[in-house]
Design a protein around this ligand. Structure first.
Ligand code: SF4
Length: 436
């Protein structure tokens, strides 16, 4: 069969006021333009499990492109999309099916809302794809596709069986970074988190398989910029240190997400920069105890608040910048939360910062609660799941106060002077440690 792998990339923010600020998120929009800056690791990974004898092609398709679809006929297409772009994915799927291509849709949105997805697909992959995709391809080749493919035991795929993602399908020159997965899931259970719902318990990939993937990329891009597609890379410090020792000396530069406990292990911190780590994204969520309370099931984040400043200093003084992320719109947030975040960022010396709107992705506990409380602005708001757009009525401020507050905060945080000052503070932390 001829098989198309289609990544519906790029997310367009609806809040147009944000366009005037220099607002970016990994893989998200910059000044209202859609940028396909990250390939879909999920599609490349299932490509690595495809039974032999089929011809695979990979496409980034940020919008429905009828001309591209007319250019080549495919027997089967696998589509992956974030919730914010799922309506575009549906339009592409409908167009492909009109042309006689069988369509499979998988990923996070498909796991959460398989019945909705099934209206636009011949088959829906519900859950992790590695074990589902070979069955789907075999059934499609026999003309016997089923409507739904689900894992026997969700969230338990053994990462020791991970295939080599088909990086060879990519035109590497199109991307400013390539994703590699080192772990799945997260030991915490934040009410708003969708990723941890897909992946379940925290699982590590054997270090030698991570290095196999990294080396496959290096064969095509000798000194690559990598992004680890993890939820919480260093939740297991012992394994994390083994990973860092393996990465050292390979000439890679990388970015990843982890939680603030990373700073509790000086041995691990010392290994970060020599392993090529350039930045850690850490979800601080809020500088206010009242806003952190109840965010995760065990109030783990609330208990870390006192150590936030020490975490930032410990990581950054070792030459690794921290991208601190904050969420606005939680129930305890009042209109003065924006000023509190601006002050914390300024005083902390954080090198980079991201502020996003609390977003009830379908399938999360947050979505269920807000739906039960009648606070969602509409029943179906998927194109607003950009992390920058309001999707529900906050408890202690109005929708207008939320949007106005975000825009005020972006103006403060992303102005040239604020960005330059953060860079200066970061370099000062590095120099202070070297001097001392
Ligand atoms: S710490 Fe991050 S990855 Fe883990 S559950 Fe919370 S939001 Fe999700």
């Amino acid at each position: 069969m001829k098989i198309a792998l289609i990544a519906v990339s790029g997310v367009r923010v609806r809040n147009t006021l944000l366009d005037v600020h220099n607002v970016t998120l990994p893989g998200f929009v910059h000044r209202g333009k859609t940028i396909a800056s990250l390939p879909s690791l999920g599609l490349l990974t299932i490509a690595g499990t495809t039974p032999s004898g089929h011809d695979l092609r990979y496409f980034d398709m940020p919008e429905l492109d009828e001309t591209a679809l007319d250019a080549e006929r495919f027997d089967l297409a696998a589509i992956s999309a974030l919730t914010a772009k799922v309506d575009v994915a549906y339009a592409i799927a409908d167009a492909l099916r009109r042309r006689g291509t069988k369509v499979v849709i998988g990923g996070l949105h498909a796991k959460m809302l398989p019945s909705e997805v099934a209206r636009h697909a011949d088959a829906v992959a519900v859950g992790e794809g590695e074990d589902l995709w070979p069955r789907i391809v075999d059934d499609a080749a026999r003309g016997a596709l089923k409507r739904f493919y689900a894992e026997d035991r969700p969230g338990t795929y053994d990462l020791a069986r991970s295939p080599l993602p088909r990086f060879d399908l990519l035109d590497m020159a199109r991307y400013n970074r390539i994703t590699v997965q080192t772990s799945r899931g997260c030991p915490h259970d934040c009410e708003f988190c969708a990723a941890s719902k897909l992946f379940g318990r925290y699982r590590r990939k054997p270090v030698e398989l991570v290095l196999r993937d990294v080396d496959a990329i290096r064969a095509r891009w000798p000194r690559p910029m990598l992004e680890f597609a993890d939820d919480n890379t260093f939740a297991d410090p012992a394994w994390g240190k083994a990973l860092l020792r393996g990465l050292a000396g390979r000439g890679v530069r990388w970015f990843t997400e982890t939680d603030s406990s990373v700073a509790k292990d000086p041995g691990l911190l010392d290994l970060l920069a020599p392993a090529g780590c350039r930045q850690l994204l850490i979800g601080f969520e809020s500088p206010r105890a009242s806003s952190l309370k109840g965010l995760d099931a065990r109030n783990w984040k609330l208990r870390q608040l006192d150590g936030y400043l020490r975490t930032i200093e410990a990581v950054q003084s070792r030459g690794v910048s921290v991208n601190g992320t904050f969420i606005v719109g939680v129930d305890a947030d009042t209109p003065d939360v924006f000023e509190d975040i601006e002050r914390f960022v300024r005083e902390s010396g954080l090198a980079e910062v991201q502020v996003t709107a609390l977003t009830p992705f379908p399938g999360t506990r947050l979505h269920a609660r807000l739906a039960a409380e009648g606070r969602l602005i509409t029943r179906r708001y998927w194109d607003r799941c950009t992390l920058f757009d309001a999707t529900f009525h906050p408890k202690n401020m109005t929708l207008e106060q939320l949007e106005h507050g975000m825009n005020w905060l972006f103006g403060k945080l992303y102005g040239d002077a604020a960005v330059a000052e953060r860079k200066r503070r970061f370099l000062a932390m590095v120099r202070a440690r070297r001097a001392g």
